[in-house]
Design a protein. Structure first.
Length: 308
């Protein structure tokens, strides 16, 4: 059973670069990243609700009235994560932002595993765990420096605050998975939990979209280009749904750190292919040896965690 969840977590992480490419394509088509994200979350929520209905698990939603309220709001993490990307990518760059996300994810997942909070089975923080966490941080530093070539970026106003936001946005993803796992235990229906999570994320993103529309003078979203957009531009919602469901199902089986580590490895492996060949209409970038070394460190760390 563990082998199945290892494979699923790796696959879920590998799908994330596809989600990024699809979101970028949809954002370009509607001329609004906030509108594009809202649409993608709506697609994911609708898909999960349909699957939940077809699987006969819709009745589980009635149990929401009996669960602790914060077990049901894990989806807000998805909205915060997406909004942070919209704010951070232009300021810090994609590679640095994702590197900070991953550092936040790993440190939060290790904290969850060692403390045993949020229903996670506690694990001891021994030398192997410390070595694995250190390998992740070194791997991320190597990936970031390898992709940016070690050049100095232009000064960014309020840099410490943006760095902190990136770290927090990454750290909340394992927390979301743990909270959704609690909701799964409450309702006993994984698909229903996924639908709830995406429904909450969609509601949060709609609020952000409306606030952004009111407080800024951005151009209104354009829907006329949608019919000309390639069909894969809609994949972001499907991919996000697969990722969310896989993570909260895998955490109770293989642990938070292993789940997050595997999704990170999958993400990096596929993103290298996307960068190398310029897939999904994204810029083509060479893969440096330093970045390859960073990914190798990540692989070693995940292997170490799985052997514990």
């Amino acid at each position: 059973m563990e082998t199945i969840f290892v494979a699923l977590a790796l696959l879920a992480g590998g799908l994330l670069p596809i989600q990024a490419g699809a979101n970028a394509q949809l954002s370009k088509s509607v001329a609004s990243p906030f509108a594009a994200t809202t649409l993608q979350l709506m697609v994911g929520a609708a898909v999960l609700l349909l699957i939940t209905t077809l699987a006969g698990s819709l009745a589980a939603l009635a149990g929401l009235s009996d669960v602790v309220w914060w077990h049901a709001i894990g989806g807000l993490a998805s909205a915060l994560y997406v909004v942070s990307g919209i704010l951070l990518f232009p300021r810090l760059g994609a590679v640095v932002t994702v590197g900070l996300y991953i550092a936040g994810q790993m440190l939060a997942s290790v904290s969850l595993d060692t403390s045993g909070i949020l229903g996670v089975v506690p694990q001891s923080f021994d030398l192997a765990t410390a070595a694995g966490t250190g390998a992740v941080l070194l791997g991320i530093i190597a990936i970031v420096r390898g992709q940016t070539g070690g050049t100095n970026a232009q000064p960014v106003a309020g840099l410490p605050g943006w760095v902190l936001l990136a770290f927090i946005a990454g750290a909340i993803l394992p927390i979301q998975g743990a909270v959704n796992a609690l909701l799964r235990a409450d309702l006993g229906a994984p698909l229903a939990v996924g639908a709830i999570s995406f429904g909450v994320a969609t509601a949060g993103m709609v609020l952000v979209f409306l606030l952004a529309a009111i407080s800024t003078k951005r151009p209104k979203p354009q829907m006329r280009a949608l019919p000309r957009m390639p069909l894969w531009g809609w994949l972001g919602g499907f991919v996000g749904a697969c990722y969310v469901v896989t993570v909260f199902m895998a955490i109770p089986e293989i642990g938070t750190a292993a789940t997050v580590g595997l999704t990170i490895v999958g993400q990096q492996l596929v993103s290298m292919l996307v960068d190398r060949f310029g897939l999904l209409r994204l810029p083509q970038r060479p893969i440096s040896r330093l970045r390859l070394g960073g990914v190798a460190l990540l692989l070693g760390e995940v292997g170490l965690i799985l052997m514990l």
